[in-house]
Design a protein around this ligand. Structure first.
Ligand code: NOJ
Length: 735
């Protein structure tokens, strides 16, 4: 489907248009800007951003301040055809600006409005790391479809998503925005998101263009520190970091955003090998590439270009089609083309790609959004709310449930403690910007909605101290304690890496005191990354990983705690036992000395070998047994079958996972690689045979020059309930 946007009639129209365009107008199409903030608040803008980043003001407060800010919307530049795209979340203003572009600019080329619609717009769904725990392609597509519908009604044509950075380091704040550590799961997620955002054919006015980001290897930032350098073998790029992008491109993604980091010493923004050779030539990407915010300018600090002019030159030569906010193309491209440094055909190619998407989106024919459409989702439709609740409860991962404390009985009186339980604005996670806080359901509210008797005391903040009296007050009146602990939104997302990924502040102290009351304690985690919580695992009887689940979080948590929904989420990322294990991920390449008890093996002296919870892990209120793994092959497939029984008391959903290991190969291969999964629903006592197929063509790997290799030899096939607990068979394959 790489020709998704290649519509012959449009291509002809675009050629005619390009013939008419001046050099300035072409550069205009390659320029994306935000409105510039010219004042209207008491503090300098950078200080305001600092306050937001440090959590001194919340998203809500920031939003209010921004609503009063004075903006310059660059109307004159639009009229002169000097802007092709705008970052905007204001439908009325967008119509006004569009009118200038369409009716007052010489050629009437419409603007394309882009915005960060990452995990929902008005209806905020779980953060991507959480949603990926559902392991369900249709759900991934459905949430994207609703996001697209709401965004498009708000005059947003282009979502800067899906974020596809394979993320293996829990310290990296942006792991929250990613589908986790596995390239296979991320590839399923990629194509589903593209399908959901863009629809089955271009032109539908309730869909948007997708943007695969951040191309590429941004998730491999050294030591999990955001924007840090990246260092990796090419084969790792091709086998692990590239596949989700390949999948998104194959699904017809309209755009790709270059990453902030360097690859092989060259910033992705100006990396000709990545942009032109690999993405456009090798993968056949027909859409356009946009830089990340100000990243052309960043090349100066990378030390890769002397100044912004050289950065503009290198970006354009490398195949970067649109400049987000650096003002580099608008300032220098004309001169660079006129003096012959950039062939004009390169500009034509970039402009053609951009116009292709604008035309494919139908913007030339329907540039505006009606008032009626703008207000379509002022009140969220039931269908959207239901999907938000469904995805939220399915994203929850049950990590521990000693003595079957969960589900709790409706008649139990609950002591609810922890600041996060009562902060509706915190349920959405990072990168949520279109929602109304009145739509957000906190955990406290969710438990009340479910009819529970709840005694809430804040007891401890994420950053404020533990108050034993408050704990006592709540505990005295209750049979069970639910402690909501974790991170604030500001602790994950962009520019929010943490070197210590334990529970912040005194939350663990609060949990210790809660255990001392003698009442059963249920820890509900609300966080944007895997946390290193070994003490919790050893001492707290119940741990529910609830992430940041979006607007329906409270109701979804109540559904799970009360057993109205039997948890089925499976981790999309490994939980390290200690931060020192980071980056910790299940599919690491084999070493010559695998970790063991002996001294000369790959391990730490002062940390366990195993992670806290492995990739793919997640409990249910019921139990499943796996037996009789059988593996056979046909000419082009490996087929595995396994018998699975529900051995517990509840009906439950299980995600059956198949991993392979290429035992001997010309390059060191991962100890395990996910290659297939399926979901089943079993009633208590029910037994079924599950079959999973892996095309043999998917059992190879890329070498360091990106030749795909299918090498004969022995493979281990694993089928199980998570990446650690599997049945195993060995098979010899001749391709
Ligand atoms: C920077 C982020 O890296 C990117 O993900 C986002 O889309 C842009 N800013 C625009 O907000």
């Amino acid at each position: 489907m790489t020709n998704f946007w290649l519509i012959p009639d449009n291509e002809k129209r675009i050629d005619d248009l390009i013939d008419k365009m001046t050099l300035e107008e072409k550069i205009g199409q390659m320029t994306q800007l935000s409105p510039s903030i010219v004042g209207g608040f008491d503090l300098p803008f950078p200080e305001l951003i600092e306050m937001l980043t440090e959590g001194r003001i919340g998203q809500e407060e920031f939003k209010k301040i921004m609503q009063n800010a004075e903006m310059d919307y660059r109307e004159d530049q639009i009229r002169a055809g000097k802007i092709g795209s705008f970052l905007l979340n204001n439908p009325t203003k967008a119509n006004e600006l569009q009118r200038i572009a369409v009716e007052e600019s010489r050629l009437g080329i419409p603007l394309i409005f882009g915005f960060d619609v990452i995990h929902g717009f008005k209806t905020v769904f779980p953060i991507p790391l959480a949603e990926a725990c559902i392991w369900d392609e249709d759900i991934f597509a459905q949430t994207a479809r609703i996001s697209a519908r709401e965004a498009r009604s708000h005059n947003i044509h282009w979502a800067f998503s899906p974020m596809l950075d394979v993320s293996r380091d829990a310290r990296w704040g942006r792991i929250a925005e990613s589908p986790g550590e596995d390239p296979f799961l991320a590839s399923v997620y990629a194509r589903a998101k593209v399908r959901g955002l863009q629809g089955n054919a271009p032109g539908a006015d309730d869909h948007v263009a997708a943007c695969l980001k951040h191309y590429i290897a941004y998730g491999a930032a050294e030591s999990g520190q955001d924007y840090n350098t990246v260092s990796m073998a090419d084969s790792l790029l091709y086998n692990v970091y590239l596949p989700p992008f390949q999948s998104g491109v194959a699904a017809g993604a309209a755009t790709v955003m270059s990453a902030f980091n360097d690859y092989n010493g060259v910033p992705c923004t100006i990396n000709e090998f990545l942009l032109r050779d690999l993405l456009k030539e090798r993968l056949g990407f027909a859409g356009f590439v946009v830089s990340d915010a100000n990243s052309i300018d960043d090349c100066i600090r990378h030390g890769s270009t002397a100044d912004l002019e050289e950065a503009a030159l290198k970006s354009c030569l490398a195949g970067l089609d649109m400049d987000m906010n650096s003002h580099a193309y608008s300032t220098y491209l004309k001169k660079l083309v006129e003096q012959g440094d950039i062939p004009s055909e390169l500009l034509d190619d970039a402009v053609r790609r951009i116009l292709r998407i604008k035309m494919g989106l139908g913007l030339f024919d329907h540039p505006y959004v009606s008032q009626e459409k703008m207000s379509l989702y002022d009140v969220l439709p039931d269908e959207h709310i239901e999907l938000a609740r469904e995805t939220a409860r399915r994203s929850i991962v049950l990590l521990k449930n000693e003595d079957n404390i969960l589900p709790i009985d409706q008649s139990r009186r609950v002591a609810l403690i922890g600041e996060l339980a009562d902060l509706p604005e915190e349920v959405v996670g990072s990168w949520a910007m279109g929602f109304n806080v009145t739509d957000c359901v906190s955990i406290r509210q969710g438990l009340l909605n479910a009819g529970l008797e709840v005694f809430y005391e804040k007891t401890c903040g994420v950053a404020s101290p533990f108050d034993p009296d408050e704990l006592q007050r709540a505990a005295d009146r209750a049979d069970v304690i639910i402690a909501v602990v974790g991170e604030l939104i500001s602790m994950s997302g962009e520019a929010a890496s943490r070197a210590d990924i334990s529970l912040p502040g005194q939350q663990e102290t609060m949990l210790k005191a809660a255990l001392k009351t003698g009442k059963p304690v249920i820890a509900v985690l609300m966080n944007g990354r895997p946390l290193a919580i070994p003490w919790l695992k050893d001492h707290v009887p119940v741990i529910v990983e609830a992430w940041q689940l979006g607007i329906q979080m409270g109701n979804a948590v109540a559904d799970v705690l009360l057993g109205d929904y039997n948890p089925s989420g499976k981790l999309s990322c490994t939980f390290p036992a200690q931060v020192g294990q980071c980056p910790r991920y299940y599919n690491h390449p084999s070493t010559g000395r695998p970790g063991a008890k002996s001294k000369f093996s790959s391990r730490y002296l002062d940390a366990p070998l195993e992670p806290l919870f492995p990739f793919g892990f997640g409990l249910s209120y019921t139990t499943f047994s796996y037996d009789n793994l059988k593996v056979e092959q046909t000419a082009d497939q490996v087929l595995a079958s396994v018998e699975i029984s529900n051995t517990g008391k509840y009906a439950g959903e299980e995600t059956v996972q198949l991993y392979i290991q290429d035992i001997t190969a010309s390059l060191v291969r991962p100890v395990k690689e996910l290659k297939a999964f399926t979901k089943i629903l079993l009633q208590p006592g029910q037994r079924t045979t599950v079959s999973l197929a892996v095309p043999k063509a998917h059992m190879g790997f890329y070498n360091n020059t990106m030749d795909h290799r299918l090498e004969d030899g022995a493979f281990n096939i694993y089928v199980g309930t998570n990446s650690r607990d599997c049945l195993q068979e060995r098979i010899d394959i001749a391709f």
